[in-house]
Design a protein around this ligand. Structure first.
Ligand SMILES: *Cc1c(COP(=O)(O)O)cnc(C)c1O
Length: 393
């Protein structure tokens, strides 16, 4: 009997021939700035743990207490029996933090984006989307069955002209962008996008996964960074990156949130977070408010590291945040760069097609607030050595 999944083996062989096959790197201990992956101690420039909260004592303590008090799981989806008081407390905390009327938490940022876009729009509607928006937005767009019109990266004028072109068509319009783009580390031109949306009566939505805990006062995100409170109808954030735990949330009007209770499929059909997850997220928002020094340190490390990379002659692309790509070109070279850095003691992932366009392969670095200056200097030394060897600089 031939194996009906044999074509998968062939596809994997093709990836191996092209040098694009990737094994999972396994973390031996905690997610730290210097950590053990595959049994080797490396300077970790790969995590989204921007503020070091994955191991913060206040979050651990909150999780341990919730575990002891409420057990390990919620036992049901939110809409049946799985809404615990701590889930509600977290949503109220986030809404107040974001200065929004209401908030709903999903199991992940991916579920928040995909579930929200698919719930809010239908097949007669039109989504105007930045070409570099995250996969979860793209999947949400597809699930909604709305027409998708993609505009060139950060080109607010192009977005506006799509809105103008489609003005006479029936159906709702949704203008959607990432706040900070995950592969390039640049920031959306939100003021111009908001103006375009307002001019044409479109819904404005932002995915602030990489801006949550990073941009704006105390990490309130891109809307706060630009002072656009009240002008973005749907704000998505993640609890999985700077917040250090797991989850995604949507902030907006009370009616938006109540509508999502009734129509967002991951909310309706997938079990809610364990109480310990909600408790550690709650503690994380308290840390954001009480320890603003963490975000200052994140930005200080970012400025230092980016400047030194540029002085070494690396091309850091469009980056203006702690996400700093080093542009390489071909995917195979990016993966080789990453492998040799790892051998040298630096962990930075190679990223190629389909995550980024052909010819724009890179390694991506992310510094955190918890890297010391000497760790960053050591990493720069190794980057310089390997970069020269591979003629990247
Ligand atoms: C990581 C990411 C998500 C998904 O968030 P998770 O909480 O990890 O599921 C969504 N959007 C963007 C832009 C991201 O970078």
């Amino acid at each position: 009997m031939p194996n009906p999944l044999h074509y998968l083996t062939e596809e994997l062989d093709t990836l191996k021939q092209k040098g694009l096959y990737q094994r999972l790197r396994v973390l031996g201990g905690e997610q730290l700035p210097v950590a053990e992956f595959d049994g080797r101690r490396v300077i970790n420039l790969c995590s989204n743990n921007y503020l070091g909260l994955t191991t913060h004592p206040k979050l651990r303590e909150a999780a341990a207490q919730a575990l002891a008090r409420y057990g390990v799981g919620s036992g049901a989806v939110r809409t049946i029996a799985g809404t615990m008081a701590i889930h509600m407390a977290l949503e109220e905390k986030i809404a107040a933090f974001k200065k929004a009327e209401a908030c709903v938490v999903f199991q992940s940022g991916f579920a928040a984006n995909a579930g929200t876009v698919a719930a809010v729009l239908g097949k007669d509607d039109i989504i105007i989307s930045d070409e570099l928006n995250h996969a979860s937005i793209i999947d949400g767009c597809r699930l909604s069955r709305a027409a998708i019109r993609v505009f060139p990266h950060k080109d607010a004028a192009a977005a506006e002209s799509i809105l103008a072109d489609t003005a006479s068509l029936p159906g709702r319009k949704l203008l959607i962008t990432d706040g900070v783009f995950s592969m390039d580390g640049d920031i959306a031109p939100l003021p111009a996008l908001v103006e375009a949306a307002e001019k044409h009566g479109a819904i404005m939505m932002i995915d602030d996964a990489h801006a949550s805990g990073v941009l704006g006062r105390n990490g309130r995100g891109t809307v706060d960074h630009y002072g656009l409170h009240g002008r973005v109808h749907i704000q998505v954030g993640t609890l999985s990156k700077a917040i250090g735990v797991l989850g995604g949330y949507v902030c907006g009007s009370r009616d938006l949130i109540e509508f999502l209770y009734h129509r967002a499929r991951p909310f309706l059909f997938s079990t809610s977070h364990p109480p310990s997850v909600a408790a550690s997220c709650l503690a994380a928002f308290e840390v954001l408010e009480q320890e603003p020094g963490l975000i200052e340190q994140l930005w200080e490390n970012t400025r230092f590291f980016k400047k030194r990379l540029q002085q070494l002659g690396f091309n850091t692309g469009l980056s203006e945040t702690p996400i700093t790509p080093i542009m390489v070109g071909e995917a195979a070279l990016a993966h080789q760069f990453s492998r040799e850095l790892f051998e040298g003691g630096v962990f930075a992932t190679g990223i190629g097609y389909p995550t980024v366009p052909h010819g724009k392969a890179r390694i991506r670095t992310i510094v955190t607030a918890t890297h010391t200056r000497s760790e960053l200097e050591q990493a720069l030394g190794i980057l310089e050595q390997v970069g020269k060897k591979l003629k990247i600089i």
